[in-house]
Design a protein around this ligand. Structure first.
Ligand code: AMP
Length: 304
């Protein structure tokens, strides 16, 4: 694995691969790698001939300077882990390389950036994400870029960005990797005290309660949300919502057939966590379909 700090060097290194039409996969990260990141890299390794992982803690997407300062950084450990799963190029630019003096441009996506995280963290958050991802797409020019379903709204936003601005890149969204007790892996989990770590499982339990209510044929949105809320009493909730997975618009009073996305964000102690779960909703409540939805929930409980 080669560690690369500048765009010029990266372009030089990738030129032969591009000339010989080898597929280039990009996994953007902010480091503090865990199994969630490694699953993205493994998928890239399986599907692409050249794998680039970027490691850049992007100041533009942090709304609070204290949060940026507290973000865990351990480049040496990240380098070892990345090499271990087969990254070819670890692209770790400095802040001046990404945002040189005089930098004033921004890439922004409207609509899907506005609810949920956009509402709670402010629109600057996603503008920071879309600006840096657009830059990474231009710097690396990957054939495929890998993102996690863990950040469900970010995944929707990136798809929109790539489509709207004609980036010649396929966006792959990889499933959320969880701890054995269901907590979605996150670099922020490191900051949880032992008692907060126990409380943090509430997010996953709430998502599962919503999925179980739907699998038990409940179709009133308020009742499904109430089942989830019962699990969230000991955390400081930002939101729990059932939304359309493509538009992120809240589902109406009743849940129709198809797919809904349950999304949750909460503070546990000083740490803000997010999670989500896609729920398949049978279009009718006939026994066979409801039964298969229950199977899916049971399956998920066993896995998660
Ligand atoms: P981050 O370093 O937090 O910016 O995350 C880099 C990428 O890893 C993003 O596309 C995330 O969605 C993805 N990711 C983070 N946590 C997980 C997880 N638990 N499972 C799968 N992907 C994840």
């Amino acid at each position: 694995m080669k560690i690369v700090g500048t765009v010029d060097e990266l372009r030089d290194l990738l030129r032969p691969a591009r000339r010989s039409e080898r597929t280039i996969g990009l996994v953007p990260t902010m480091g503090a790698l865990h199994e969630g990141h490694l699953s993205l890299i493994r998928q890239a390794r399986e599907q692409c001939e050249v794998v680039v992982m970027s490691l850049f803690v992007n100041p533009a997407q942090f709304e609070e300077p204290a949060d940026l300062d507290a973000y865990p950084r351990d480049h040496a450990r990240d380098g070892e882990l990345a090499a271990g799963v087969g990254v070819d190029y670890l692209f770790a630019p400095g802040v001046e390389e990404v945002y040189p003096q005089g930098f004033t441009s921004r890439v922004s996506v409207s609509g899907v950036t506005e609810p949920l995280e956009g509402q709670h963290r402010g629109t600057a958050h996603f503008e920071g994400v879309t600006t840096v991802v657009a830059k990474l797409f231009n710097m690396v020019q990957p054939d495929v870029a890998y993102f996690g379903q863990k950040d469900a709204q970010q995944a929707v936003v990136i798809r929109r960005l790539a489509l709207d601005l004609d980036f010649a890149v396929r966006i792959e969204i990889c499933p959320t990797v969880r701890e054995p007790d269901g907590l979605a892996m996150s670099s922020r989990n490191e900051r949880l005290s032992p008692s907060d770590r126990r409380r943090a499982t509430a997010l996953h339990r709430a998502l599962r309660a919503a999925a179980e209510a739907i699998a038990s044929d409940e179709r009133t949105t308020g009742t499904v949300i109430a089942a989830a809320m019962a699990e969230l009493e000991n955390v400081e909730l930002d939101y729990f919502e059932l939304v359309n997975p493509d538009t992120l618009a809240p589902v109406g009073e009743r849940i129709d057939g198809g797919e809904v996305l349950a999304v949750v964000a909460a503070r546990v102690g000083a740490t803000r966590l997010i999670d989500n779960q896609s729920i398949q909703v049978p279009s009718t409540s006939d026994g066979e379909q409801a039964g298969s939805a229950k199977q899916e929930v049971l399956h998920c409980s066993a896995r998660c």
